[in-house]
Design a protein. Structure first.
Length: 395
């Protein structure tokens, strides 16, 4: 079985969500739960008001709309789009600035915003951050050079252009058409912001399931399947013409005998992704515990029999390393993660564990990296924060 993206509505703890699940065969590799009534600000662009500048924290707190505050790191501010500015070259309270939500609110933290606004398509990203033309490093050297040549004479100096991994799977005519559409939208935002009032929303990001499908295209799914007619029509409108998805790959599930959720066992898989304990084939298991500051993962020998042959615990740790990388993506665990693997005394075994862990972390679409061993022999991992972790999404 190949990769599929499955989108359906599901009731969780009395609330209705759109579930967007990336399925690799029968396993759920990634899942996004969006409230059916909306609510996410991620990707939205606003004319915000600066309410407070905290110099010790090197941050400003801005108001996106009345009552909705956001965190703006001062180090991110380079040539911002200012609608109202009291003093040239310096931010002041009550100034009005264009920002984009780049991280959702997590626990007690407000959403994070940036003045380096961007618009992402399926193959391209326009940005006011780095003004260079960049091509995904995951592509071959030959493909990267061809894509750079394609856009070299089209990109202008006032914006940056990123060619995504997805671009490798589509014809150049499709990419050029997307370039035209994104350029027009980006130009409109950067020209019209000066004339908009404070708290205006300049751009509303696509619904979560649209973004989920767009980001999954790099894995070339065989099908995108939904049982919701409104979602189906939205997918066809968004991906039906200029896309790497071919005709017939967007499918409406109509079987009255079995729901889409039941067909793929989504409820059970979601429940499993929220459990603290994850069993491994060896009989060992992981215990995953989120805390306020970080996530702690313990590798427990469980049903393994002590005194196994030489190298047995290395084998268990390598199995655990692969599953930990999978669980980070599935549960969308971000920030700092500390892992207590089964103790190994040989240096060669520890080096092998790090090599395998790095290999599996590199598969994650969200940047995730091995940091080092702590003084107590624990392994520290970091993963970029973008969306809420799964257990926060369904609250």
């Amino acid at each position: 079985m190949g990769n599929k993206v499955v989108i359906t509505k599901e009731s969780i703890q009395g609330k209705e969500f759109f579930i967007t699940a990336v399925m690799e065969g029968s396993r759920m590799a990634e899942v996004l739960c969006d409230p059916a009534c909306g609510g996410s600000l991620l990707g939205d662009i606003y004319v915000a008001k600066i309410k407070h500048i905290a110099k010790p924290a090197q941050a400003a707190f801005v108001e996106l709309v009345p009552g909705q505050m956001a965190f703006l790191p001062l180090e991110d501010i380079h040539d911002p789009l200012m609608v109202k500015q009291s003093r040239a070259g310096k931010l002041t309270e009550e100034d009005e600035i264009v920002v984009q939500v780049v991280k959702e609110a997590v626990k007690t933290k407000e959403p994070t915003v940036s003045p380096a606004i961007s618009l992402a398509g399926q193959g391209l990203v326009f940005t006011l951050g780095n003004k260079l033309l960049a091509v995904s490093k995951k592509l071959s050297k030959k493909k990267r050079e061809a894509l750079k040549e394609l856009f070299a004479d089209k990109k202008e100096s006032w914006y940056g252009l990123i060619v995504r991994t997805n671009a490798a799977n589509v014809p150049k005519e499709w990419l050029l058409e997307e370039f035209k559409r994104l350029y027009a939208a980006f130009l409109a935002i950067t020209r019209q912001y000066k004339y908009r009032t404070c708290y205006s929303c300049l751009y509303r990001a696509p619904l979560g399931y649209i973004a989920g499908v767009r980001d999954s295209l790099k894995f070339q799914p065989e099908q995108v399947v939904t049982d919701d007619e409104e979602v189906y029509e939205g997918l066809k409108q968004e991906f039906g013409e200029y896309t790497s998805l071919q005709e017939g790959q967007i499918v409406l599930h109509k079987d009255p005998a079995i729901s889409l959720s039941a067909l793929y066992g989504l409820k059970g898989k979601l429940a499993g992704a929220l459990e603290a304990r994850v069993w491994l084939k060896s009989g060992a298991y992981l215990v995953i515990e989120p805390t306020e500051a970080l996530t702690v993962i313990d590798v427990n020998s469980g049903r393994c029999v002590k005194g196994k042959q030489k190298g047995y615990y290395l084998k268990v740790n390598l199995e655990a390393a692969e599953e930990i990388a999978r669980q980070l993506r599935l549960r969308n665990i971000s920030g700092i993660c500390v892992v207590d693997f089964i103790n190994m005394e040989r240096k060669e075994e520890r080096e092998e564990l790090v090599r395998v862990l790095k290999y599996h972390l590199a598969k994650d679409p969200v940047p995730a990296a091995f940091v080092d061993f702590t003084g107590l022999g624990l392994i520290e991992i970091t993963r970029k924060k973008v969306r809420k972790p799964l257990w926060e999404q369904i609250r």
